[in-house]
Write a protein that binds this ligand. Structure first.
Ligand code: WT7
Length: 635
């Protein structure tokens, strides 16, 4: 028998040791006992990190929607699967039962088929947080199409890049979306994007804001009439465990976004197992993750992980500040939320406001609180623990990545004692290493280094869509036979891990992963800009904010620095989205460069952090004299 649900610390250590010694037995038992397979695997694991090639449960056959939906119908058909809480608190919440979810997913799957989508085709999903979003993911999975969800805050250019990269045949979108007081013209953004994408044959449009939009003949179709005609029965496509389930893009230090490819069997087992344990999920709980399904957190811990456990999962369309700063807590009271999972940036933003917004509501249903996406600072941790959890809800600080598919380091509530700012211990099956700059593993406790993983885990991304070489270079080349995370971490005296942040050129702003290169590319398109460099600097709500150093060619007539700053942020919004806007823009005469012409971001970072006395050796620079000017011009 597997220890599917860990209940105390001793058991955690036992299970963890077993997962190290006998990883295949460990994962094989969990997979066999807790999931529905049409055929079992030939091998639990085959891998070679030097290629890299990773296969979990190879030879097995399944459909993930049978695990997330069909198998629950007999025992919990009338239980709420998805609880939809709209943007506007006056609009009624929707309880979608497992029976209803089954009908809606099957209908949607038939619509996809009727529109010519087949197993292996890529479908781009660009939707707000409405039930159709979760349903469309599952509908793709039902017929074996590969979904590629693009967060609906990305611009048309960013959307087009992602559609083209995966040659998607279809986009699923809506007429528009609500965001607090605002409405957003999503269909307009899709039109701009799809004009540049030859692979798109069909655009399916859900109605959300009832706006008057242009429908292009032959290409654009309203979703609802097609659903109304479709049968509620769609036999699941039987997939191989290693068939791709989805692509999800994440930023890298350089170049275009990386389409991380996740496959079916291992992803399902890993996300379901971690969901159960990390949230201590019980049958009648009402679980709420506030992330957007456009990010991996939503894929794994709003849709697949919870539904594979037969859970009730909340989908929230709104924002934490609308109609006021109490919205999260109002929803917790209203739906008697038991597990609440959010990002440090949201906690910090709400902690700045009056406690009256919290104290108005009854939060006594809460049992476990979670955080994800960036390091949580001590102050925010305590605010969350004291005011939301009332010191009785363990906080699970979960470290993981788009690439890892599921959680990797986290306390297990009621088993692992928590420690503020520490993600604590690796979950079962996760073998970590801290590495030094010479490629040596740093053993022992009270050390820090670069965080790597030494052994495969079932939900790891298998490749980058269309670019396996880049996958190898990015993750498997820094250290031999190891997956490199891009993060730094320290291990304390009892073996707890604390993530110290990115060690590459990825900057996490409000929990969003941003690469510097695409932002710089966007800025450099401005006619007045010669060159630019972006670094992060600490920000009390966003964690990090972006600081841009910009060299101008010539300002151009009728422009001044202030309107240039606006125009630069406008270009960034068009190319990437408002999340990548710069907080500070310094116009500068030069950028510090190495003799080989590489920008020395370390120096720029120090200046942006206001740590000028500690710049290190600048004498080896190509142009050491610019450093003094940059300090002089500092904002
Ligand atoms: C990066 C991955 C995984 C869901 C959301 C982000 C940072 C993530 C934590 C945490 C400190 C964290 C890391 C990681 N990160 N969780 N609990 N403590 N840092 O996914 O966009 O792929 O970003 O987020 O730097 O590498 P992502």
């Amino acid at each position: 028998m597997s220890n599917y649900h860990i209940k105390h610390l001793e058991e955690y250590y036992q299970v963890y040791r077993k997962s190290l010694r006998y990883p295949e037995v460990f994962w094989g038992e969990i997979a066999e006992e807790h999931f529905v397979w049409r055929k079992l695997w030939d091998n639990v694991l085959e891998y070679d990190f030097s290629k890299p090639s990773i296969k979990w449960f190879d030879g097995a056959k399944l459909n993930i929607t049978e695990n997330c939906i069909d198998r629950h119908l007999r025992i919990r058909g009338d239980k709420t699967a998805i609880l939809f809480e709209p943007n506007n608190p006056d609009e009624e919440a929707q309880h979608i039962t497992y029976n209803q979810l089954s009908e809606r997913v099957n209908q949607f799957a038939n619509v996809l088929k009727n529109q010519g989508i087949k197993k292996g085709d890529r479908v781009c999903i660009y939707l707000p947080m409405i039930p159709e979003l979760a349903i469309s993911l599952l509908a793709c999975a039902r017929i074996g199409a590969i979904h590629s969800v693009v967060f609906a805050g990305f611009s048309s250019t960013a959307l087009a890049t992602r559609i083209q990269d995966a040659s998607c045949k279809m986009v699923i979108t809506s007429d528009g979306s609500y965001r607090g007081k605002k409405t957003i013209d999503l269909k307009g953004i899709v039109d701009e994007a799809v004009d540049q994408c030859e692979s798109i044959e069909t655009v399916l449009v859900a109605k959300r804001i009832q706006s008057d939009i242009r429908m292009k003949d032959g290409r654009d179709k309203w979703l609802q009439p097609l659903l109304d005609e479709a049968s509620t029965i769609c036999e699941p496509e039987i997939m191989d465990a290693e068939d791709p389930l989805f692509i999800l893009y994440t930023s890298g230090s350089t170049g275009s976004p990386k389409g991380m490819v996740h496959t079916t069997g291992g992803y399902m087992v890993n996300t379901a197992y971690t969901f159960k344990n990390v949230f201590n999920y019980k049958e009648n709980d009402v679980y709420w993750c506030t992330a957007d399904i456009g990010w991996i957190t939503g894929h794994s811990y709003i849709v697949y992980g919870p539904l594979a456990n037969g859970a009730t999962t909340v989908m929230f369309e709104g924002v934490p500040t609308y109609p006021d700063y109490g919205r999260f807590w109002e929803v917790v009271e209203k739906h008697k939320i038991t597990q609440f999972y959010t990002a440090p940036t949201a906690i910090r933003a709400l902690a700045k406001e009056s406690l009256d917004f919290v104290d108005k509501y009854d939060l006594s249903s809460l049992k476990v609180l979670g955080t994800v996406g960036e390091p949580i600072n001590e102050e925010a941790w305590h605010w969350y623990n004291d005011n939301i959890g009332k010191k009785k809800c363990p906080i699970v600080d979960t470290w993981w990545q788009t690439e890892t598919g599921g959680m990797m380091i986290s306390p297990i509530p009621f088993a692992t004692p928590t420690k503020p700012t520490y993600a604590t211990l690796p979950l079962p099956g996760v073998q970590l290493a801290l590495m030094d700059e010479n490629g040596q593993e740093i053993k022992g406790n009270q050390v820090d280094g670069r965080l790597c993983v030494k052994f495969p885990w079932p939900s790891m991304a298998r490749t980058i869509w269309g670019n396996h070489q880049r996958y190898k270079e990015t993750y498997f080349s820094a250290y031999k036979n190891m997956y490199f995370t891009g993060d730094g971490a320290l291990r304390d005296e009892v073996g707890y891990y604390r993530i110290t942040g990115r060690v590459d050129d990825v900057i996490i702003v409000s929990g969003h992963n941003l690469g510097t290169a695409p932002i710089e590319d966007a800025i450099n398109e401005h006619p007045a800009v010669a060159e630019s460099a972006i670094v992060g600097y600490p920000h009390d709500v966003k964690g990090n904010a972006l600081y841009g150093y910009v060299i101008l060619k010539e300002i151009g007539e009728g422009r001044n620095h202030d309107n240039l700053r606006k125009e630069i942020n406008q270009i960034i919004t068009e190319h990437i989205g408002p999340i990548a806007k710069l907080d500070k823009i310094q116009f500068t005469v030069g950028l510090p460069k190495t003799r080989s012409g590489k920008i020395m971001r370390r120096i720029l970072r120090k200046i942006a952090h206001n740590e000028m006395d500690n710049l290190g050796d600048i004498s080896t620079l190509l142009n050491p004299e610019v450093v003094a000017s940059i300090i002089d011009e500092r904002l």
